[in-house]
Design a protein around this ligand. Structure first.
Ligand SMILES: C[S@@+](CC[C@H](N)C(=O)[O-])C[C@H]1O[C@@H](n2cnc3c(N)ncnc32)[C@H](O)[C@@H]1O
Length: 246
């Protein structure tokens, strides 16, 4: 097999075609307990990281926003509240279990959002359409991250921004504790709550093979985004990258 057709699935090298299937298995398995696990693993911090993302988005009443790999809909819901009835907040994801769970959850809260099941690498939206495109904790799972970033830029209107919220490279002195927590503690919590330690081992591994802050910044620039900057959150456990289309 040609080496170019290989990619990471956590620490494993797998065929590119296999990665999407393995990622799908992870999210099929964890969808029902995904929100509870997020709160438990991050001690509720993911809510602050997402609030920071929304604060940096520039989204306001009437804006059109696309949340890519939106899963159970945290960002899409927050954006729906901001854009109001004259705007649009789209919830999209490749995974039916995550998307269905997200759509039902948002319905229960009184929000009926436009929803689309789609691959970030081939977005079913016109060029120059959205004021803001977001992806939170999704890019890491994509097979062709460059292609996904190019697509996100394509559907963005000139002047709009792409926001990428993702695990990143933690401040070095914190690394030993962080490694212990992510490789020893998180899979155990995953086993207790979802009966699936392997999916949470994949989470820890996929973070380690994801581009660090500077590498992701360059990747976004290669995708044609400009004025790219990033904000380290919780000592680099997570970083928010923002880039504009002009
Ligand atoms: C960790 S969850 C993040 C969900 C949500 N954005 C959040 O912050 O809670 C990652 C999501 O990425 C989705 N995903 C993975 N590969 C994708 C792709 N190629 N296109 C769209 N979504 C994808 C998964 O189905 C999953 O719902």
């Amino acid at each position: 097999m040609n080496k170019q057709e290989q990619t990471h699935f956590g620490f494993e090298q797998v065929a590119e075609a296999e990665k999407a299937q393995r990622v799908a298995q992870v999210f099929d398995s964890v969808a029902q307990r995904y929100d509870l696990m997020n709160d438990l693993m991050s001690g509720g911090m993911h809510r602050l990281w997402k609030a920071f993302t929304i604060a940096r988005s520039g989204v306001r009443a009437g804006s059109r926003v696309l949340d890519v790999a939106g899963g159970t809909g945290d960002l899409a819901l927050a954006f729906a509240r901001k854009v109001g009835k004259d705007g649009q907040a789209w919830l999209t994801d490749i995974n039916n279990a995550m998307l269905t769970h997200g759509r039902d959850r948002l319905c229960d809260k009184g929000y009926l959002l436009p929803v689309a099941q789609c691959d970030a690498e081939k977005l079913p939206f016109p060029d120059d359409y959205f004021d803001c495109v977001t992806v939170a904790f999704g890019l890491r799972n994509m097979t062709h991250k460059d292609a996904a970033l190019v697509e996100m830029r394509r559907v963005l209107r000139p002047g709009g921004c792409v926001l990428v919220l993702e695990f990143s490279q933690v401040w070095k002195p914190l690394a030993p504790i962080y490694d212990f927590y992510s490789f020893k503690v998180i899979p155990r919590i995953g086993e207790m709550i979802t009966h699936d330690a392997a999916s949470y081992r994949y989470l820890a591994e996929s973070i380690r093979v994801h581009p660090d802050q500077e590498a992701l910044k360059k990747m976004m620039e290669r995708a044609g985004l400009e004025k790219v900057e990033y904000f380290n959150l919780t000592l680099g456990v997570v970083a928010l990258h923002r880039g504009f289309k002009f």
